[in-house]
Design a protein around this ligand. Sequence first.
Ligand code: LLP
Length: 424
Amino acid sequence: MTSNPIPWDLLPDTARMVDGRLHIGGCDVLEVAERFGTPVFIYDEEHLKTRCREGVDAFDDGVAYASKAFLCRAMARIAHDAGMHIDVATGGEMHIALAAGVPGDKLVFHGNNKSMDELGFAIDSGVSRIVVDSFDEMDRIEALVEAGRPVPSVLLRINPGIDAHTHEYLQTGVPDSKFGFPLTEGIATEAITRARESRAMEFRGLHAHIGSQVFDVGNYAKAIASLAPFVNESSAEEFSIGGGLGVAYVEGEEADTITAWAETILGAAKASGISARILAEPGRSIVARASVTAYTVGTIKDLPGVRTYLSVDGGISENPRPVLYGSGYEAFLARAPESLRPMRARIVGKHCESGDIIVKEADLPADTVVGDILCTPVTGAYGHSMGSNYNKVARPAVVFVANGNARLVVERETYDDMLIRDVG
Ligand code: LLP
């Protein structure tokens, strides 16, 4: 147990203490919560822009933002304006990015089961690259081109068979994976031969994504070293190493910067003699620490000899990560971010299940009371994007803060929104 205040390095770049209260982007978090209601995702716009620029600089423009981590039009514009491509993994993500004004030729289209409609949409939108994941997908692309569509440029997703030491569900490059063409049994070679020979695909290169929330960047060097002969033999012009750089969520965790990650990757590529242009697709490392979620404390239930349960007005609907991956988070009060946190409590949501846990063992100020605005930091990635409205809990608002201004970028869902598609 720790009673330390929240570590400042888990907060967004512009987080400051002003009169004892937390300000982000020059805005008082308590005022933002009051004005927009809770739960609310509060993103530091400067932090987002800085990370996007860092990615572009580090990878010499060869970088796409993995929009699955967090996507709304405002985010797509920030990534695009910084010079990033945008990685979209479904027709839905592609639609949002295009609706933000991102040109099709700045999109990279992913997915292990792209439908005919999605592939047609991607080709019609002129996406920069389709990252092909299966022979069945090749059949679909060939059928689309046969029917008159233009020939798309493709990368082939290769499964390198690497254990990236992260949560089982976040590993994608192990031998037993649904993603990509495995290197084994000549399958990847067969895929390259087919792509090269096909008149329906312009083969540009290869792609490998080893997993997500990877702390040890040495895993990337390993993957690159093992893939290098293959990349060179295929005469790939481009080689994308995917995303996956880990971020710190709780006190004591340490993660590399995007710049250091890029140095490892580019250094390994050089050392392995790869001549292809190196591309990358960070998601989490761009957006995770940019946001804090602000909740209102609704109940504090002390069960003598058992534990204290503290309920907030959200839960697994806006942060399913603790229940899905056992992910840890910290918590603190916006009115007192530098307070010691000697009170141990389990922070839970308002959903009808016991697994609805936001922080399993949270440390909080001893004077935490009902009505307090409680924040969890590092919620910018895979929170809003994986949200649901389970129990018909409305999806939270998303607010961007910068230079003393708070602007709503995604409205809170309303009860009536939940009836829009209920046509029975
Ligand atoms: N590229 C590809 C092909 C991917 O599949 C992913 C993530 C990324 C890039 C971006 O990875 P990142 O830099 O964000 O780690 N829901 C999980 C994470 C799933 C990641 C899926 N793919 C979580 O909440 O931890």
